[in-house]
Design a protein around this ligand. Structure first.
Ligand SMILES: [Zn+2]
Ligand SMILES: [Zn+2]
Length: 98
């Protein structure tokens, strides 16, 4: 692991093979938005679970994302895995039923 490896802001995992992505917390102000470094699975998952409106209105900090009820079962699960990607079709289904 590199010295400067940054753990995922949501699940806290890190690793050489875990792709890290930048999530813009305030997407409507993309240029000056604070950025959270999250792993690829967490990034996919959060965009599957939350609409852009929800991200803008409520879940625009790492703290609210990490504490969101909808994230808990995912986070409990992903922390037990070393997955570097996930299939979010299931969570997309959940979102569309709401
Ligand atoms: Zn993560
Ligand atoms: Zn994002």
């Amino acid at each position: 692991m590199a010295e400067d490896a940054e753990p995922c802001a949501l699940c806290g995992r890190y690793g050489d093979r875990l792709p890290m992505e930048r999530h813009h917390l305030v997407p409507e102000h993309r240029d000056e938005s604070p950025v959270a470094v999250v792993c690829s699975p967490c990034h996919d998952q959060l965009h599957a679970l939350f609409t852009n409106d929800e991200l803008i209105e409520t879940y625009h900090t790492v703290e609210t994302l990490r504490a969101a009820d909808r994230m808990q079962s995912y986070l409990d699960w992903i922390r037990t895995t070393n997955k570097t990607s996930i299939d979010v079709r299931t969570s997309n289904d959940v979102r569309e039923r709401r």
